[in-house]
Write a protein that binds this ligand. Structure first.
Ligand code: HEC
Ligand code: HEC
Length: 191
């Protein structure tokens, strides 16, 4: 017990020092307010890294499935418009809503995120910079990113993913406040 608390205290100290250092490195004038932004970003990243988002945001050409993110069965491929190959279009199987009897998830316009929006294997810092890069993110400003992540049907699906799939680690409302805090702090990124 004591040892667990000791480890937790050490971990917290390391985290706080690390965050403070990164904040100073990124923005010498702001210091601590920027650290709050970085903490908010870590909460955002915990959602982006969840299987519900990552399964559709691969850097390769195949979606993955399930909480263990195994490669999509039946050789499903991205295809030229991120909607699958002819004869294996996503919409052949994925409908407007979940089909729990057949265990097929569904939401409107089900398709793979474009390759430039692929996130698998990135560190949290790389993920942050990729997310903000308007050359990769569909030309979105930070405000447009918040709008997308609080209103898009494919994003919202993650909180009602159908039988056998876990939702992201925080609620949609918690993601919204984390996004707003991150944007208020001028979207700082960890290294
Ligand atoms: C069924 C597939 C699918 C799922 C699930 C999905 N996305 Fe996406 N995502 C897409 C597609 C397709 C686009 C491109 C939409 C566009 O540009 O209009 C996209 C674009 C985005 C973008 C904007 C581009 C960028 O790289 O910044 C963000 C942010 C995003 N998704 C966040 C999420 C989050 C957060 C989750 C999980 C809670 C999620 N997505 C789940 C398919 C998906
Ligand atoms: C032949 C039918 C079929 C086609 C075509 C198909 N899928 Fe699937 N997909 C499924 C089934 C079935 C599952 C659920 C498997 C399970 O969870 O046991 C699934 C699951 C998924 C998941 C996992 C959701 C999660 O978070 O667990 C994603 C993402 C996905 N498909 C994306 C796509 C995309 C993108 C396309 C088109 C490029 C596509 N699928 C084409 C049948 C299909």
């Amino acid at each position: 017990m004591a040892r667990t608390i000791g480890a937790a205290v050490t971990a917290t100290t390391v985290l706080v020092c690390g965050v403070t250092w990164m904040a100073r490195a990124g923005d010498p004038q702001e210091g601590l307010p920027n650290a709050a932004g970085l903490i908010a970003y870590q909460r955002v990243a915990s959602v982006l890294e969840s299987p519900r988002c990552m399964n559709c945001h691969p850097r390769g050409d195949r979606p993955s499935q399930g909480d263990d993110r195994h490669v999509h069965l039946m050789n499903v491929q991205r295809g030229p418009a991120n909607k699958g190959l002819p004869g294996m279009a996503c919409s052949t199987c994925h409908q407007m809503r979940n089909n729990d009897a057949a265990r097929v998830p569904g939401a409107p316009h089900w398709r793979l995120a474009p390759k430039s929006m692929g996130w698998t294997g990135l560190s949290r810092g790389e993920l942050c910079r990729t997310l903000l890069d308007r050359g990769k993110n569909g030309g979105r400003t930070p405000a447009a990113l918040v709008k997308h992540m609080t209103q898009d049907e494919l994003v919202l699906w993650a909180w009602s993913p159908g039988a056998g799939r876990a939702p992201p680690p925080i609620t949609a409302a918690e993601l919204k406040s984390a996004l707003e805090a991150w944007v208020d702090a001028s979207t700082p990124c960890p290294q």
